[in-house]
Design a protein around this ligand. Structure first.
Ligand SMILES: NC(=O)c1ccc[n+]([C@@H]2O[C@H](COP(=O)([O-])OP(=O)(O)OC[C@H]3O[C@@H](n4cnc5c(N)ncnc54)[C@H](OP(=O)(O)O)[C@@H]3O)[C@@H](O)[C@H]2O)c1
Length: 285
């Protein structure tokens, strides 16, 4: 089994260290607040005095600034830093240069599960950076999740990660609007759950509601057929939904923003195209 250092012991880093230990790896940990390592040390981890200890350094912190603060002016010669923290893609690209200037190599990652999913079937992480380096450590990293390589550009892992989270945050927030609206008429969340599930799975299906695939194909082609369900019709329908939320006394910031976007595409003359034409407005703010 191999050696790995986990830097950052928030809920994610803590679970990563536990998962590496459970997989039989030789685990060293470092955290700004040193006391958070106590539990892991009791389970067999070693505690490092400085962050830049070991060859494979897996980082999970609030941001990339935390990595800069943690390594400070340490040299990273021959070390591979696998940073699974969130930040903007451009920050990740600059971080690759920062690590290289200290003699190390950066692999960036976006892990697609919360702590309970780490090391469980179905978990995966988007990785970017030099593939040959990632390949050397993939067997160790697979203890956390499947290793999904998305390209050499260090920003890519974060772009994929944020793409997934945009879908996650907006769809779950819309689901909350749905639950709140139904709740005003006394409908319990459990009563609506089967229909919500049907919508979520339908969007990913190949059926008539399979908009993940439909929008991918339409966006690639730049053609958004709207004969059967035009954007204009949907902008009107969304207006009715906003009115329903307002009448029910609910918060409407997000649905109003959606309505603004739909109406803009309609006003720009694309109302007879399909829903997919909204991406043209997103691309030109
Ligand atoms: N939680 C999730 O479900 C989830 C899922 C996927 C990805 N992520 C990403 O994973 C990363 C870690 O998330 P998390 O939930 O474990 O906790 P978090 O609150 O994002 O990060 C906590 C960690 O960051 C450290 N930290 C913060 N500022 C620091 C600084 N200036 N210098 C050194 N260390 C610093 C903390 O150290 P102290 O203990 O000393 O404060 C702690 O170890 C984040 O980027 C998050 O976006 C989270």
């Amino acid at each position: 089994m191999s050696e790995v250092t986990v830097i950052g012991l928030g809920p994610m880093g803590m679970t990563m260290a536990e998962t590496f230990l459970a997989a039989g790896h030789d685990v060293t940990v470092w955290n700004r607040t040193a006391s958070k390592a106590d539990e892991l040390v009791a389970k067999g981890a070693k505690q490092a005095d400085t962050a830049a200890t070991g060859e494979l350094l897996v980082v999970s912190q609030i941001s990339y600034q935390a990595m800069y603060d943690s390594f400070d002016d340490a040299r990273l010669d021959g070390k591979v830093v696998v940073n699974l923290s969130s930040d903007s893609p451009q920050v990740l690209r600059e971080a690759a240069e920062w690590v290289a200037a200290r003699g190390g190599t950066l692999i960036t990652g976006g892990i697609m599960v919360p702590p309970p999913g780490i090391g469980r079937p179905g978990a995966y992480t988007f990785y970017s950076g030099p593939k040959a380096v990632l390949d050397r450590y993939a067997a160790t990293l697979e203890a956390l999740s499947d290793v999904t390589y998305v390209g050499h550009d260090h920003g890519l892992a974060m772009l994929y990660y944020q793409a997934q989270l945009l879908i996650f945050w907006s769809s779950t927030t819309s689901y909350m609007h749905a639950l709140a609206l139904l709740g005003t008429a006394g409908v319990a969340p459990a009563e609506f759950l089967p229909f919500a599930r049907d919508m979520f799975t339908g969007l990913g299906s190949d059926g008539p509601m399979g908009f993940a695939k439909i929008l991918a194909e339409e966006t690639a082609a730049g053609v958004y057929p709207g004969e059967l369900n035009s954007l204009h019709m949907q902008a009107e329908g969304l207006g009715h939904a906003v009115a329903a939320l307002e009448a029910a006394g609910l918060e409407t910031t997000v649905p109003q923003a959606l309505r603004r976007l739909f109406r803009r595409a309609d006003a720009e003359g694309r109302g007879q195209e399909g829903l997919g034409t909204v991406i043209e407005s997103i691309r030109k703010p």
